[in-house]
Design a protein around this ligand. Structure first.
Ligand code: HEC
Length: 403
């Protein structure tokens, strides 16, 4: 009854105005903001403005219009023609139009009774409440100016048994000075004893695997926080932490980090289209679960391709307009089987010309290095293997380079 009445009311309005009624905040726009924006646009998260209520959103209506129209927001760089990703931030069909129509019609609040239930966010985390949190032992003081070498800060786990971790999040306490943070496990057996665990970089959301997938932390391992701090004119202090949620039952699959990287890079001065390729071949059957493009300020685009043993190939991920400020992992909706012998080819293009507004020095020949004015070319990817199989970096080609 109520339904047919409101349907009638709706038809009537349409009839009177000759158009569908203007969208309102609570009914039409708030659900979109909950799903697509609030993950970052709430206190303590990456975005400087909160979009939790009408009063918070209204003053930004004009800016939202611009950001949504240009595609700047939500930030998502993957070409939609290749791959479907679970963490896709882009707006769904009709959502952009709804936001624009709402703003153009005056950005009205509408009836609060139409509002969706507020989303339950865990304060201080993007993952559910962690089972355990490891912090840097003390705050790191970042001076106002200058260049800071990478810091490698060991944190013991005191784990007395192997642990499977199904969700993790790395969180700086001051994002303003943390360019990136990478946490690796170190089981004490030298470089190859280190394994990538989780990271923080702008635009990077906590990893999303399928149920039954987890990373392994060996008993007695240390964590090493690799911290890249950048100065921003004001002295600051940071104490980054990692939260972990353990698997409730033994996982079926282990997640292992792999990469294809061009360490030999040497980019000539002024070159606006310098291409680099790197490959890694699978030495056993694996399932690809996610990919991440990593370059510095001259990075322009990156493509991941699979070349299968039967000679067929396909594009797995295309990031046509790489943005140094957004380096998410792209998690596949459906993991992709990569039979033994499959080659992952990663191609990157760099712009070392004056046309690149981020280029720190177009006159320089650029080499591999950790700082932003150096370059890197790494196609990271996560694969899932049977949790029972013997895992070591040696199985996976290049060991994982930390940076
Ligand atoms: C992955 C995190 C993230 C998501 C998701 C996100 N934003 Fe943002 N947003 C940011 C960050 C960080 C900034 C500030 C830095 C910047 O402007 O790039 C920002 C800035 C903005 C600004 C400021 C103006 C501007 O153009 O710089 C607007 C408006 C905005 N976002 C709208 C939105 C809307 C609307 C959505 C959802 C449809 C959204 N954002 C989703 C992270 C995000």
């Amino acid at each position: 009854m109520t339904r047919s009445l409101s349907l009638l009311a709706c038809t009537l309005t349409t009839f009177v105005n000759g158009a569908t009624p203007a969208p309102t905040f609570h009914k039409d726009v708030e659900p979109i903001l909950q799903n697509r924006c609030q993950g970052c646009h709430r206190p303590g998260e990456a975005a400087p403005i909160a979009f939790l209520s009408y009063n918070e959103v209204r003053p930004w209506a004009k800016a939202i219009r611009g950001a949504v129209l240009t595609g700047k927001m939500p930030p998502w760089q993957a070409d939609p023609r290749h791959g479907k990703f679970v963490n896709d931030l882009s707006l769904g069909p009709g959502e952009k139009e709804t936001i624009i129509a709402w703003i153009d019609a005056g950005a009205h609040e509408g009836n609060p009774a139409d509002a969706p239930k507020p989303r339950a966010w865990v304060e201080g985390w993007r993952i559910p409440k962690p089972d355990v949190v490891f912090e840097m032992p003390e705050e790191f003081s970042v001076p106002a100016n200058g260049v800071i070498n990478y810091q490698y800060i060991p944190v013991p786990t005191h784990f007395t048994e192997d642990k499977w971790v199904e969700l993790m999040e790395v969180r700086p306490s001051d994002r303003g000075v943390v360019h990136h943070a990478i946490v690796v496990t170190d089981n004490g057996s030298g470089f190859r004893g280190q394994e990538y665990l989780a990271g923080y970089a702008p635009g990077m959301a906590p990893q999303m695997w399928k149920p039954g997938q987890a990373r392994l932390i060996k008993a007695g391992s240390n964590l090493v926080f690799q911290m890249h701090y950048t100065t921003n004119g004001k002295p600051a202090r940071d104490r980054t932490k990692i939260g972990m949620i353990f698997s409730k039952k033994p996982p079926a699959q282990q997640i292992v980090a792999m990469q294809a990287a061009a360490h030999w890079l040497q980019i000539p001065p002024g070159d606006a289209n310098y291409r680099l390729d790197a490959s890694t071949t699978m030495r056993e059957n694996v399932e690809l679960v996610g990919m991440r493009a990593h370059m510095h300020l001259r990075g322009k685009s990156m493509i991941f391709r699979a070349v299968y043993p039967n000679g067929e190939s396909e594009i797995l991920l295309d990031v046509p307009k790489y943005d140094f400020n957004w380096q998410p992992y792209y998690y596949l909706e459906t993991p992709k089987a990569l039979p033994r012998g499959t080659r992952i080819d990663v191609s990157a293009v760099f712009d070392n010309s004056v046309n690149n507004p981020f280029n720190p020095n177009p006159a320089a020949t650029v080499f591999w290095g950790p700082q932003s004015w150096d370059e890197m070319m790494i196609g990271w990817f996560d694969v899932a293997v049977n949790a029972g199989s013997t895992i070591g970096h040696a199985l996976y080609g290049a060991p994982v380079e930390l940076h």
